[in-house]
Design a protein around this ligand. Structure first.
Ligand code: GTP
Length: 468
């Protein structure tokens, strides 16, 4: 079932997947935070084996991620108490980050950094267990995102804050590669890589929890743009960071020169961008071709091959549409039924191919006599029908007389070709079949009256012959 927000159509399945991702992100943050806290309390480093020489996530950060994770899980619950609890937790994440920043800015110690003994503390020259500066800023942003999502306010501020968290997380990840290569002594040097990863997960989790609003609505859109965003955004976000990380790690672990590592990172990043552009171009090309093919197929299915007019199926659909529209609004429309006169003798005398030429020319004559919104159709054999929207019987009569004149004036190849016309304005509540029947009956009367003329189907007992 498609959901629609901001004029975009969203696929319910994709929306659900994003919501599930947000819940998984919440669970991972809680689990990771718990594991880190356990590590601190039992004196082992969770990431020590994988991330040599780097310090672990601080206990304060682990608690921040746990609170953000629970808030994310609660965001799915519509109850008032869980909603209020989720809002409080998000505000707590914000306050945690803000207090840490206050500590840095005014060299204060508010006592929030002393949960566990930190062996790195002396090396860093700051209180034990204090969250890195940029991680603290990211917590302020992350808490803000969570709060704004839960109160359904400040859409663009919320998206800007989420992008801020993502930017900090990605810079943290990229600079980790440099730090590995022994060149990182800047702000990011003491922000652990897994803090960056959890921040990224938190921001994406909050953005995915409201998948039909903000920037995420593009990724869940049921369109080509949505398909691009779903497939390309995350790789585009992560791959360049991953490359710089991997090649800097190569530099530090295997003694690859800095120039060579940078060249490799540039090559792979450039290759990824080129591949992405190629992929988008190939997909656009395929979509364009499919659109052309389906247009041809659609035309084939609704067009009469000989005359180029609408076929019977398209006529029936257009008639049903007008009948339905008339039921909803006050709306006049009329129908002309046309039949070539003595066409059998034409065929018999000049041959079937010459008869086909007449059929084709009839198509041209009708199109040139009508407005773009009128629907001329081949009804069957040498019988034609014309639907005239927004047209009263009087106006339909003028159109039919014009067609009669056009046939009479046309320089036909072998002999004059004329047409008989029956016209009827749709009555209120009348169905399509009844309207066709009345116009067809008028056409029959026109034939009986001598052909080459118009007969109006009226409310009067006797039809009125015109144009003879
Ligand atoms: N060439 C050609 N002839 C067609 C086509 N469709 C129908 N016809 C012919 O149109 C003729 C219709 O003949 P009738 O129904 O007897 O009517 P008529 O000769 O036009 O006479 P009235 O309608 O009474 O004026 C038949 O000979 C059909 O074969 C077509 O697509 N091409």
């Amino acid at each position: 079932m498609p959901l629609s927000t901001w004029g975009m159509e969203h696929d319910a399945d994709i929306v659900r997947r994003f919501e599930v991702f947000s819940q998984v992100a919440g669970l991972v943050m809680i689990g990771f935070g718990l594991a880190v806290l356990l590590g601190w309390s039992h004196d082992f480093s969770l990431t020590g084996a994988a991330i040599v020489g780097r310090w672990d996530m601080k206990p304060g950060a682990a608690i921040g991620f746990m609170m953000a994770g629970v808030a994310l899980l609660l965001s799915r619950n519509r109850g008032r108490v869980p909603q209020a609890a989720g809002r409080m937790l998000s505000l707590s994440v914000l306050v945690l980050g803000a207090l840490t920043l206050v500590e840095y800015l005014w060299t204060l110690d508010l006592g929030i950094d002393h949960l566990f003994d930190d062996v790195d503390a002396h090396r860093l020259g700051r209180p034990p267990g204090r969250i890195a500066e940029l991680a603290a800023l990211a917590f302020v942003f992350l808490g803000g995102v969570g709060y704004l999502v839960s109160v359904r306010r400040g859409l663009w501020l919320r998206e800007c804050l989420a992008i801020g968290v993502i930017a900090i997380a990605m810079t943290g990840m990229a600079s980790y590669g440099f730090a590995l290569a022994g060149q990182g002594n800047d702000l990011f040097a003491h922000m652990p890589i897994h803090t960056s990863l959890m921040l990224l997960l938190g921001a994406l989790g909050w953005m995915s929890s409201v998948p039909t609003t903000g920037l995420t609505s593009v990724a869940t859109a049921n369109s080509l743009g949505g398909a691009f965003a779903r497939r390309l955004l995350l790789p585009a976000l992560l791959l360049p960071v991953a490359f710089s990380f991997v090649f800097k790690a190569l530099q530090s672990r295997f003694g690859v020169s800095e120039v060579f590592a940078s060249v490799l990172a540039a090559l792979f990043t450039g290759g990824t961008v080129s591949w992405t552009i190629w992929w988008v171009a190939a997909l656009l090309d395929r979509v364009e071709r499919q659109r052309c093919e389906s247009k041809v197929l659609r035309n084939d299915a609704s067009t009469d091959a000989l005359t180029g007019l609408a076929n019977r199926r398209a006529f029936d659909a257009a008639l049903a549409g007008l009948v339905a529209k008339q039921r909803e609004h006050e709306f006049a429309f009329s129908l002309l039924m046309l039949d070539l006169d003595r066409f059998k003798t034409y065929n018999d005398t000049f041959g079937h191919p010459a008869g086909d030429d007449v059929m084709r020319l009839t198509g041209h004559l009708l199109v040139s006599a009508l407005r773009p919104q009128d629907v001329p159709a081949r009804y069957g054999g040498e019988e034609f029908a014309v639907l005239l929207p927004n047209t009263t019987a009087e106006q339909a009569r003028d159109v039919a007389l014009r067609i009669l004149d056009d046939f009479r004036a046309f320089p036909w190849k072998h002999r004059a070709v004329t047409v008989s016309i029956g016209a009827a304005q749709a009555r209120e509540g009348e169905d399509g079949a009844a309207l066709v029947h009345r116009a067809d009956s008028a056409l029959y009367v026109a034939k009986r009256a001598g052909r080459n003329r118009l007969m109006m189907a009226q409310c009067y007992p006797l039809p009125v012959a015109l144009g003879a």
